[in-house]
Design a protein around this ligand. Structure first.
Ligand code: GLU
Length: 409
């Protein structure tokens, strides 16, 4: 499949836009260009598909507005610049998307929002709600509070994490180079452009060079890192030039790009992640009606839960068993054990009274469930629904940087 076909088919797309595309050092925000990008986004959204924008540019824009000097900034200066730039950026997206009748919703993430499961579920729920309400999430790192130790650092990897968190089909990295080459094209006349990468092998990584690669400002290395995260979770990735007008339409008409194919079957990736949890934290015994609902691809609602065993937190992996004690499914629970006990057997209307706040609809959302078959972990008893086929990443199996290792929850 070509990059054009991949973009044409993807139902959920994460689009990463680099600072250099958005901000001109002399003149500030490149509004004319952004208008054409937003028009492309609007065209995709109008075909009923989801687009999430991961936009850099806060620091670059803020330093221009504040008149900070060129060159490296102190951490506090870049945080101050981000505070100023982000508001301008958000305003521009809000206005330009608004001109197409679209609503922008700003999400500022810190590393822990994707690395810690409970925060991850919260972030995913918020972004998912925005999408279901028809808004376009505009996402950036929360640079004003993220210090060196706790940051993604680059929006390539942030975008990959968002793509996996939201089960996107495709991650598009708009860059200043039209894809991956066998060698640095500026200095090596024999460098060949690579159209498709079936798997990110050590040879491919070697082509990307080190962090200070001349391939692009963000560096091809961070893009390959992003590719590893995205493709391992079942998403494709496209790298192409973003500096022309209507950069997404350019991909669709077949301008040069590199397409990275997903390495894992997305269903398998997610099922493996959930089914692969060795330490389940608890067990829910559910009635026969709930078992039938689960087998037909539905979420587990509190009403069907008879007994809650164990002490678990929100987002922990727990077992769902029938009244004979047979394991029916495993999943990530949306309530902690105390809440689960409080709402077990209750219908939605009764839950608010019991908890004192609005209930989360499902005890385990179907996106977070893996059915058991013949008692063997990881089996899928029902054909995957569309929701199940939108898979997110196997967190535990993902390549992690040393920084993530240190700071993951
Ligand atoms: N979050 C940074 C900003 O908005 C950009 C990080 C990056 O370009 O990778 O300025």
């Amino acid at each position: 499949m070509s990059a054009a076909a991949s973009l044409g088919r993807a139902g959920r797309i994460v689009l990463k836009i680099g600072s250099a595309l958005l901000v001109d050092r002399q003149t500030g925000l490149r509004r004319d260009w952004l208008e054409t990008l937003v028009a492309d986004v609007a065209a995709i959204a109008s075909s009923g598909r989801d687009v999430l924008v991961v936009s850099s540019g806060a620091i670059a824009l803020g330093r221009k507005v504040l008149g900070l000097p060129h060159g490296a900034l102190k951490l506090e200066e870049s945080q101050a610049a981000a505070a100023v730039g982000q508001i301008a950026l958000a305003h521009a997206y809000g206005e330009l998307l608004g001109a197409h009748g679209l609503t922008a919703g700003q999400i500022l993430l810190t590393l822990g929002d994707t690395e810690e499961r409970r925060r991850y579920l919260n972030a995913r729920a918020t972004v998912g709600t925005l999408l279901s309400l028809g808004a376009i999430p505009v996402i950036n790192e929360n640079d004003t509070v993220a210090t060196t130790e706790i940051r993604y650092g680059d929006n390539d990897r942030l975008a990959a994490r968002v793509a996996t968190m939201m089960s996107a089909d495709l991650l598009v990295l708009l860059s200043d180079i039209d894809g991956l080459y066998t060698a640095p094209p500026a200095s090596d006349p024999t460098a060949r452009h690579i159209e498709t990468v079936a798997a990110i092998t050590p040879e491919i990584e070697a082509m990307a060079g080190g962090a200070a690669s001349i391939f692009s400002r963000g560096g091809m290395k961070t893009k390959i890192d992003a590719g590893k995260i995205a493709t391992a979770a079942g998403a494709s990735m496209i790298i192409t030039r973003g500096d022309r007008m209507h950069p997404l339409a350019a991909i669709e008409r077949g301008e040069r790009a590199t397409l990275f194919r997903p390495t894992a079957n997305p269903v398998t990736a997610r099922k493996r992640w959930i089914a692969g949890h060795l330490n389940t934290a608890g067990r829910l015994v559910v009635d026969a009606g709930a078992v039938r609902a689960l087998r037909s691809g539905k979420s587990l609602l509190p009403a069907g839960v008879r007994v809650v065993h164990g002490e678990f937190g929100r987002g922990d992996t727990i077992i769902v068993a029938d009244e004979e004690g047979r394991e029916v499914a495993r999943g990530l629970v949306a309530y902690d054990a105390a809440e689960a006990r409080a709402v077990a057997g209750l219908r939605s209307a009764e839950i608010e009274a019991a908890l004192g706040y609005e209930p989360r609809a499902a005890m385990i959302h179907r996106d977070d469930l893996v059915m058991e078959r013949h008692g063997s972990a990881g089996g899928v008893a029902t054909p995957p629904t569309r929701a199940e086929a939108r898979i997110d990443e196997p967190l535990a199996a993902e390549p992690r940087t040393a920084q993530e290792e240190n700071h993951a929850g």
